[in-house]
Design a protein around this ligand. Sequence first.
Ligand code: S3P
Length: 450
Amino acid sequence: MTDPTISPIADSMLVEPATSLRGRIRMPGDKSISHRVLMLAALAEGESVIGGLSDGDDVASTLAIIEALGVRVDSEVNLSGEWVHHIFGGDLSPAASDLDVGNSGTGMRLLAGMLAGLPFSSVLDGDASIRRRPMDRVLNPLRKMGASIVSRNADSASGAGMAPLVINGGGLRGIEYHLPVASAQVKGSVLFAGLLADGPTTVVERWPTRTHTEELMTAIGIDIERSKVGGLDRISVSPGRPDPFDHDVAGDPSQAAFWAVGASIVPGSNVVIENVYSGPERSGFVAVLARMGADVTHDEATGDLLVRSPPSGALEGTTVRADEIPGLVDEVPVLAVAAACAEGKTVFEGVGELRIKESDRLAAIESELGRMGAEVRAEGDCLVVWGRSGRGFCGASVDAHRDHRIAMSCAIAALVADGPTTINGWESVSTSYPTFADHRASLMATEIEN
Ligand code: S3P
């Protein structure tokens, strides 16, 4: 699925400070939705037509996996120059070799749910980072449903299960599962398994998380019930494969957040970010930036996110409460960049989950923004940033920790540095946002129109 219009990704990136960010950019398709849409299309018997898929490596891995399971995928570029994928699903069969999710935790956890329900054996694996990430959070509920899953890489001390996973699928029973962590990946994994179980499956969540799985399933006609009982959200799915469907994936808000912060910290900026998904539990960063004094609005009619430099000139520190975190969990690194440019202290509470993302993001933010002169400390479950309003960052040589969001957050900080910044390990951005550098160049090149 290599797009010839995307520039090759270098392994390091030199970012010069910006005088302003101006212009319009269109976001790539949402990564979370793209994984789910591909899996639903793989289960549906017949042809589904998908537009706007994420062009990152993570989603390419999920696409390659459904092909390895026997699904035919025809891809074409339409008259508007956009990719359209025709997915001929329904007839899934064992793959000839191990299935490789690459760097994608979402792909790994969601696919584990689907494969647990399919009546054959699969081995699900990924890169070195995936092999270190905890999988018990999906193995526990899937085993309760009757799945036979063996970790070939259990932690020798704790026994915790990690990839590769050997999944002997089929014979699942529906269960009621209370999520022990606020994780949309776990919810999604159990609901996908529920589609292939012998009775209804209910996930109960104490903290609302991204709703893509249930939204998409409902949109394509799967029987999903949502209710609130005793303050807890209950999401129930009945077994059954979806019918084929057409879907256009909206733009990724997590990628838009980079430019929302960029335009809020680079003076004289005025950016329109087109086609941004604004569903529940994804727009938390907009509310936090607005609370910090940013001029950011989501135009519901067009889906565009409009961002200008704040009228007051500077952002203000804030407290981001633990209950807000699931709605902006991927945006904490770049919000920390905004906080470092704000007046006063910002505290992100209850962000322990960031330690088990593509990198230990709390350690990575502390060390790399620290190299750029920011005062940031990870204290227990919290991240504390002491803002240096008006002073920006120092140009430095930083490391991406093999994590796309750390690489791109440093690139946004570099826009307000006092000199050039080199980001080593830049190639990690290809997992989610291969056109980031092109978008940066276009926003820095646009002439100021009054
Ligand atoms: C995702 C959920 C979040 C997020 C990840 C994508 C999803 O992870 O960090 O990038 O698509 O469901 P958790 O479920 O671990 O919170």
